[in-house]
Design a protein around this ligand. Structure first.
Ligand code: XMP
Length: 542
């Protein structure tokens, strides 16, 4: 695939933000992929990159056995951009000198662009009274380049880092000590766009509406006349995968939708309406709630609950799959970040921070071949693809929902009664978040252009939900005393779900949600708001 696209190859030296480089490049309309830094020279020669970007990383080139770029990177004749560690290894490999910094530099810096290079020329945040173009950039490094390699000239500097950028414009090698891929570097996107379009000469030919045709053709070529099954969860990834595969092969696709009794309010109906009714997809809906509730009875330990839910899911899915005797393929909504992370596992470059906690993978005993039509796409692209395939915007832009569902949002033992109360409380919270508009930015009212802004509080939070606490507290309603359960509201804002802030929701919104839950959900008489960040708390309560 992608023979017709220009491609940017990103070599990953283990930075936590390498994926952002690929996302920024793709946002510029150019296909790009991330590979481990130690790919072979043969791979590089055969890949056909229009340009190569070397990522940052946690190591130090001043120490012995640390990562280096394959020699072919500098021999292919294509432009190369080194970022942070990528700059240091470029300097070290091409004959410059890197110093082991005693002090780390972390955070904002004001950087002066120098030498009118093709990469930075004309891009700035402000111009000093002496006429110097200045950039506000994000730095995160310990080591720095002391001497540039032969042929390089100075491209940028800061007070702390005299060589904060260097370029050999004849060979089209560029290097930046700061991180253009993070949004804190205000002109970062402009710089990466400049690199891929003007320096590497890539066309803007990567977008989701056009990708549909390419993906459809690839799926048809892969599957032929064989049949495919897919576990539909109602989440974004499996839904978009289903819509895409259905577009490609129609009735050769059968979806299995397992209702474990821990779904959100009306979720089953929504999934069936959207896929079976509207799109005409074959969907087998399995009500397995009895089975799940039975296995979960009396179990209070969070990890034990997760394991049971995962194992039962596999069991039910396997049973249903076994009935579809013609199926040869199992489709999954694996997306690109999962692919990159599992490829990076065990590499000495990457310091593992996150370990995946997904519902148990389906076993190999199914004897099915894997079809993963989203494995090249980032989440934002999956969403754009979903919209392009005609899925409703609200569905495609939903907050993530964990595989074990309400099972991790009912503390301790899971009971049907608790799940029913929680579902209703949660639906009220989400409805109020969606219905509470955020005033438009003043600039917009004045007719000036603004970037992205949030239209309502659902949009402005990354994840929001209610949690059921199986404790009773005393209340008073009308003339009577009540003794009922407590619900906690959780709403967080985060970029990556690894760290998160609790959302500062308006008090009147919280008040409205609390009133509605207590009035409308008999059995709950108290609502509290979770004001813990991650860390030290996690987003989910279990
Ligand atoms: P925590 O609670 O660890 O959650 O801060 C981070 C993100 O992961 C989601 N999550 C899960 N997703 N299976 C999933 O598919 C799981 O077992 C699981 N546990 C947590 C959580 O909703 C949040 O988005």
């Amino acid at each position: 695939m992608h023979a017709n696209h220009s491609k940017i190859l990103i070599l990953d030296f283990g930075s936590q933000v390498t994926q952002l480089i690929a996302r920024r490049v793709r946002e510029a309309g150019v296909f790009s992929e991330v590979f481990p830094y130690d790919v072979s020279d043969e791979f590089l020669r055969g890949y056909g990159a229009a340009g190569i970007i070397l990522s940052g990383g946690p190591a130090s080139v001043t120490e012995g056995d640390t990562p280096r770029a394959p020699a072919a990177v500098f021999e292919l004749g294509v432009p190369v951009l080194g970022i942070c560690y990528g700059m240091q290894t470029m300097a070290a490999q091409l004959g410059g000198r890197v110093e082991n910094g005693a002090v780390r530099e972390f955070g904002y810096a004001e950087l002066r662009a120098r030498g009118h290079t093709a990469l930075l020329n004309g891009i700035n945040d402000f111009v000093t009274s002496e006429g110097h173009g200045m950039l506000k950039v994000w730095m995160s490094h310990g080591d720095k380049v002391l001497d540039m390699p032969p042929g390089f000239k100075l491209m940028a500097s800061t007070d702390n880092c005299p060589i904060a950028g260097m370029a050999d414009e004849d060979r089209r090698f560029y290097a930046l000590q700061f991180h253009p891929e993070v949004t804190h570097t205000l002109q970062g996107k402009a710089i990466l766009t400049r690199f891929v379009h003007e320096i590497c000469g890539c066309k803007s030919d990567w977008n989701m509406p056009d990708y549909i045709a390419e993906a459809v053709e690839a799926i048809r070529a892969q599957v032929g006349k064989e049949e495919v099954i897919l576990g539909l969860s109602g989440g974004v990834d499996s839904s978009v995968a289903a819509a895409l595969i259905h577009r490609a092969i129609g009735d050769q696709l059968t979806c299995v939708f397992v209702d474990h009794g821990l779904l959100r309010l009306n979720e089953g109906k929504m999934v069936m309406d959207m896929f079976a009714k509207n799109l005409g997809v074959k969907v087998i809906q399995v009500d397995a709630s009895e089975q799940f509730m039975g296995k979960l009875a009396g179990v209070t330990d969070p990890e034990a609950k997760r394991k049971i839910i995962g194992a039962e899911f596999v069991e039910v899915f396997q049973r249903e799959a076994g009935r579809l005797t013609n199926a040869r393929w199992l489709a999954q909504g694996t997306i690109y970040p999962d692919v990159i992370e599992s490829a990076g596992k065990g590499k000495k470059g990457a310091h593992t921070i996150k370990s995946h906690h997904n519902v148990g993978g389906l076993p190999e005993t199914l004897n099915l071949k894997l079809l993963e039509p989203l494995r090249e796409l980032f989440k934002d692209e999956v969403r754009e693809l979903g919209v392009a395939l005609g899925l409703p915007h609200d569905m495609v832009y939903r907050h993530p929902f964990p595989g074990p569902g309400l099972g991790v949002r009912i503390l301790g033992e899971v009971k049907r009664e608790y799940a029913d109360l929680l579902r209703r409380a949660d639906a009220i919270f989400i409805e109020e978040l969606r219905n509470t508009a955020i005033p438009l930015p003043a600039e917009l009212a004045e007719g000036r252009e603004v970037g992205y802004f949030h239209k309502n509080w659902y949009d402005a939070t990354s994840q929001a939900f209610a949690v059921f606490l199986p404790v009773k507290s005393v209340g008073v309603m009308g003339d009577g005393r009540t003794y009922e359960y407590v619900v906690a509201l959780r709403a967080v804002q985060t970029q990556d779900f690894m760290t998160a802030h609790w959302a500062h929701l308006p008090h009147d919104l919280l008040g409205r949600v609390s009133n509605r839950i207590i009035n409308e959900v008999r059995g709950i008489n108290r609502v509290v708001y979770d004001i813990s960040g991650k860390p030290p708390a996690t987003i989910e309560w279990e």
